[in-house]
Ligand binder design. Sequence first.
Ligand code: F6R
Length: 606
Amino acid sequence: MCGIIACVGDSDDAVDELLVGLENLEYRGYDSAGLAVKNGGDPAVFKRKGEISRLKDVLADETPSGGLGIGHTRWSTHGPPTDANAHPHTGCGDRVAVVHNGIIENHGALREELRARGHVFDSDTDTEVIPHLVEEHLAEGVSPETAFRRTVRRLSGSYAVAMLVEESDAVYATRSGSPLVVGVDDGEYFLASDVPAFLDFTDDVIYLDDGDVVVARPDGHVITDLDGNAVERTVQTVDWDPEDAGKGGYDHYMLKEIHEQPTALRQTLRGRVDAQTGEVALEDFPPGTFEDVSRVQFVACGTSYHAGIVGARLLGARDVPARAFLASEYATSPPPVDGETLVVGVTQSGETADTLAALRRARAAGARTVAVTNVVGSTAARECDDALFIRAGPEIGVAATKTFSSQVVSLTLLGERLVRDVTGSRSDDVEELFAALSDLPGQVQQVLDYTKARRVAKRYRDSDAYFFIGRDTGFPVALEGALKFKEITYEHAEGFAAGELKHGPLALVTPETPVFAVFNGRDHEKTLGNVKEVEARGAPVVAVATDDDEAAFEHAETVLTVPETHPDVAGVLANVQLQLLSYHAADLLGRSIDKPRNLAKSVTVE
Ligand code: F6R
């Protein structure tokens, strides 16, 4: 996700203000931090891998000063967290310094082109093409502003960019698909990914639109479109408490992260899928990557395990033998593995000890390994043969939310690559599946906009226990719904395969135990049969179903509705309703939602 900040003023304290801004943006990424400050000549660049405290140590020795600066806190997407990959990036000389949030999709082609003209790159990042391009345009003799505009025209993907140039007293910035706001104070400007970055200094804000170009100097600012036509943007005053601002106005990180899912999913999908042609393009996995694979094993814990079950089911249904294993069990009693086995470690953090142990065991037994993770540079990403990054952005709340959705979508894409390589043909329903993936971010937004989860949570708040059922891809969603519920409400909650109810758990079902039934469009009649069993024992049923599902409406006391989609991704939508249900139930109980008792975000012991 990354956070960017810039300060424009005529005092000498840009460094202090940038550091405050970076600390306020740390929730957007904390792999590395850096800044560039200008005091007359070249921008002076300071950057370090790791948390902001490491950058501060460097600055304590160097004590740079200046009124103009840019800063960055990184959440890695291209290249591991290293000093070289930290922002700001410069070109071949030190004339231009750039910070960037987003993904430059055509960076590979631009890099090749620039290399052919003699440019030398210092980092693995997509960002570094920007200062090199600006540098070339400056060499043609145009102004920094023109060089910036010409460069921005060459970029495709999502970006918010801020730039310093040697011969200018301005910060140049633009956005397209990534956030950028302007803070306005007396004789001073701030540019940042998010308002909290500069709330300590000003609460007057200009919200920019995609395509806006800002040139800010100590004595004024100009906002234009990419062609240089002036655009009007009004200054608004926000009334946020700086303490809560990192939560973007939400009461908890968990709620904020639930609401970030449409954006996270767009990031996960960006440049990887073409719904028209059914093509899948995964950076490190070109066609043929998995030709030697004959079976797939997913290893993971908790929420990531539930995503792994979805992944295994998608493959199984398309004739690729696949199974999901709890990593802790896999490590102690592993199934047969050989050189044709692909073991996929699904892990948000990339640091979960049980998952790492399972992956190491698999590698030692000769399997090929892939990490599906949110954290570039994590142990899983480094130790596995390959990594697929889910690009959900940092998740602060202990309960995994947006990362589950991004894991499921990433595994769906990886799954299609595997199906093609292993079976020699694409999935029969690939057009429908990819169209559903493309629609998914918008449909998640619909769920967020129209949910009545809080009302449902209120209605059943005094129950004895909470059960969740589903079948096929609805089964892992039932498990995930129950995990989230117990994790943050501390109430008793269990998830079952719908068909298993009658083999034991039905004994627990009473009028005081609501049952949440996930309908995902497959085997509808059978799930309905299970709902009727529950109904007959007097338990209230809450269905998660589409709004034209007459049978669900007939048999459930309440329905949490989701838009119609492909059954393989329907679970993502149902899960968003269940995330909201858990969140509101926990909120009504006054629980410590972002840091539930006894739990940690990253579990680094076996
Ligand atoms: C639940 C939750 C945990 C994690 C599990 C694995 O909300 O967050 O169950 O899913 O500890 O963590 P990662 O994915 O980092 O390996």
